[in-house]
Design a protein around this ligand. Structure first.
Ligand code: NI
Length: 138
């Protein structure tokens, strides 16, 4: 079990009230849990910002499957990427639109590069990249 440290934080009343409302809506039971998550996220984001850090990227792509060869092109890019494609998921959203979720793993700079190419592919209507890493120790 980790040793717990306590520290005091001073901040404006209205800022604290807004924070409490926000975390209450998210289901946090207390401020400590919410602040722990914020600190972890801060450390993860900082770590991810280092180009040579191994990161996991989750790419979501929404596209119209009627766009000629787009599915093939996206599959092709995944095969050629110099990152490990850990998983991909395809969901037919409606008559024309598809959602593809791709999990890739590799150096941060490479993950951003391949995700950028996938998102910028002609015919992709909306694309997002979320990155994380299991390593947050500095
Ligand atoms: Ni589909």
């Amino acid at each position: 079990m980790h040793h717990l440290s306590r520290f005091g934080v001073s901040l404006e009343d209205d800022l604290l009230q807004a924070f409490d409302r926000s975390i209450g809506g998210q289901g946090y039971q207390n401020r400590s849990e919410a602040i722990r998550d914020l600190i972890r996220d801060h450390l993860i984001q900082k770590k991810i910002g280092q180009a040579d850090t191994e990161v996991i990227g989750v790419v979501t792509l929404v596209y119209d499957h009627r766009v000629h060869h787009l599915s093939d092109l996206l599959a092709d890019m995944q095969h050629k990427a110099h990152v490990a494609v850990n998983a991909s998921l395809h969901i037919h959203l409606d008559e024309h639109n598809c959602l593809e979720v791709i999990v890739i793993r590799g150096r941060g700079s490479k993950v951003h590069e391949i995700a950028g190419k996938l998102i910028a592919t002609k015919g992709v209507q909306n694309g997002k990249l979320v990155t994380t890493t299991p390593e947050i120790k500095q």
